[in-house]
Design a protein. Structure first.
Length: 368
């Protein structure tokens, strides 16, 4: 495989013009949610040497890699072949066995303190050490060694960020998140089960462009992708505001696309970009397909069951009746839900009364 020193170097070797390169940088600037004044910095970064990436796989289902491979903006092929130097990934690599593991050791030594460590999956911490063996040794050992020489760590997926399904009760392997193992390195959490493809490539693109971490929230997640609740960008939000809820997946409300909150949707408490970026080239996302959000970017989401109970009836939050939450719930999310539902209840009562009056009027006209 031919390798390039930089993205601009790749363009030149393929006979592409400087104009095409600048247009691509402008598109990347927009993708990262940056102002147009940042374009010169993006261009400068694209002319720099490609960063080395080491990608490890722990206790996981490989769903995050499956998602990553389906990114369309930028294309995964562009990221892997032209934007980064992906030196180790035992899932998509053609190489395997002892020579490949020896190559990993060489890369960690040669680029110590300079490479990006991407981690997919949780890490079993059981003292027996017999779970999730990689290259003949426990994954936790490989993780610690790789993290020691990394410049930064990207925790891809809810398993890496929070423990995910691997850490769900009863957690026989004592699986934990990456940040419970790595304490002395900057970590970017990119939760999701799996994360949106463009979010995964977008985080790497930001590091490639600027050589530093994107702005993070208090949970260590990139604000540009995890700054809004799904509820805030949901196209069913007007139905929520109007108090129009589906009560069953087969009722007329569900068929008409009404709000799925009463069917367990976790949108009001889940931070992600599903509502505006959507999945698979912007095609759809769970709520658009008729199923409520299960909050897969949240901590312990797998244990926050049953998924089809509305939030106040769901033991994981420790809430009472949603209509009486008030000050008993911490955080602006709960306060927002309370305010919305109070307004929604009034609107729904007015609408029901109007429909009743119209029905009586039609019945009276029919008798005449």
């Amino acid at each position: 495989m031919e390798k390039y020193d930089s993205i601009w170097d790749m363009y030149k070797k393929k006979g592409m013009s400087r104009r095409s390169f600048i247009k691509a940088c402008a598109a990347m600037t927009a993708l990262l949610g940056l102002e147009s004044t940042m374009l010169p910095k993006v261009v400068k970064a694209a002319e720099a040497t490609l960063p080395v990436v080491v990608w490890l796989h722990g206790h996981e289902c490989t769903g995050c890699s499956e998602s990553f491979l389906r990114s369309s903006a930028p294309m995964t092929s562009d990221v892997v072949l032209n934007m980064i130097a992906l030196e180790y990934d035992d899932t998509i690599s053609a190489a395997a066995g002892e020579p490949f593991e020896a190559h990993l050791q060489e890369i960690m030594k040669t680029y110590k303190g300079k490479y990006i460590l991407a981690v997919e999956g949780a890490s079993p911490s059981s003292p027996t050490g017999g779970y999730c063996m990689v290259g003949g040794r426990p994954f936790i050992e490989q993780l610690k060694q790789a993290a020691e020489g990394a410049a930064a760590v990207i925790a891809y997926g809810t398993c890496a960020a929070w423990g995910g399904i691997q850490a769900a009760r009863p957690n026989p392997t004592q699986a934990v998140s990456i940040n419970e193992i790595i304490k002395n390195k900057p970590i970017i959490n990119v939760p999701g089960c799996p994360p949106i493809p463009e979010v995964m490539t977008g985080v790497i693109a930001h590091y490639v462009m600027f050589g530093n971490l994107p702005t993070l929230d208090n949970k260590g997640c990139p604000k540009q992708f995890y700054g809004n609740r799904i509820h805030d960008t949901c196209y069913r939000r007007p139905f929520f505001d109007a108090g129009m809820f589906a009560n069953d997946f087969n009722d007329k409300g569900a068929q008409a696309g009404w709000c799925l909150y009463k069917l367990g949707c976790r949108g009001p408490e889940t931070y992600a970009s599903c509502g505006n970026m959507r999945w698979w080239n912007g095609l759809s996302y769970p709520i658009q397909s008729g199923h409520g959000c299960i909050g897969c970017t949240s901590k312990n989401f797998w244990d926050n069951d049953p998924f089809y109970n509305r939030l106040p009836e769901f033991a994981g939050l420790g809430l009472g009746n949603i209509d009486k939450i008030g000050a008993a719930v911490t955080g602006a999310v709960a306060v927002g839900i309370t305010a919305h539902l109070a307004t929604s209840a009034v609107q729904k009562k007015k609408r029901d009364q109007k429909e009743l009056e119209e029905a009586k009027q039609k019945a009276g006209n029919a008798k005449k």
